[in-house]
Write a protein that binds this ligand. Sequence first.
Ligand code: AP5
Length: 216
Amino acid sequence: MENNGYRIVFLGPPGAGKGTQASLLSEKYGIKKISTGDILREAVRKGTELGKKAKKYMDAGELVPDDIIIGLIEEQIQGVDSFILDGFPRTMKQAEALDRLLSERGKPLSHVIFVNVPDEEIVKRLTARRVCPNCGAVYNMIYNPPKRDEICDVCGTPLVQRSDDREDVIRNRLKVYRESTAPLIDYYREKGIFYEVNGVGKVEEVLRRIEGVLRG
Ligand code: AP5
């Protein structure tokens, strides 16, 4: 699969596996992955201005204001022809801003891949997610546990739980998703670049489904 010209958005509820699949595709095909969640968490960790502004929204499972996020994406996609967006856009305003940015360059999105997973499976996955605060590796204590109890396989650092992976915050993230992000499904469907993939099943199975979509 050639990566030239792939400008992909991963859409879907929190915990659907967008980050997992975006990382696999990025590694396998050498396409730049841009994850707004990862960028924001890194900014929080480093205590930058962006991190200070974003933290309170993230901890509550609310969206960070559009103007902050749109500015961030504008920087990230500058000079990049092929990319995978994980976690952006999440509102109509973000989607319209992205369309404007890309149409100015004559290089519109090629695929919007909607990874669909039911709510109860999401709560199960997210409460069991653990992440490495050092190298960013993502595990799941049910589906993809580390070899040694809560220690990163890659770098040996003790794993942590994300501050927004508590059940009450997960429920709020799902509510915010339904109100602000789910309307993008119809927006992209009308543009003819929307593809739905069942996100339930083994990680490798879901990856095969996505590769099937990209091959056309
Ligand atoms: P963000 O980091 O983007 O969070 P999210 O969209 O809620 O998505 P997640 O990272 O929780 O899930 P995922 O779908 O990537 O799943 P993953 O692959 O990790 O955003 C966090 C916050 O930042 C937001 O709440 C907001 O405040 C802010 N933000 C970010 N972008 C923003 C934007 N554009 N606008 C405004 N605010 C923004 O998988 C989840 C778990 O399941 C893992 O444990 C994984 O190992 C496991 N798993 C993955 N695939 C499978 C499978 N097939 N079977 C079983 N388990 C699986």
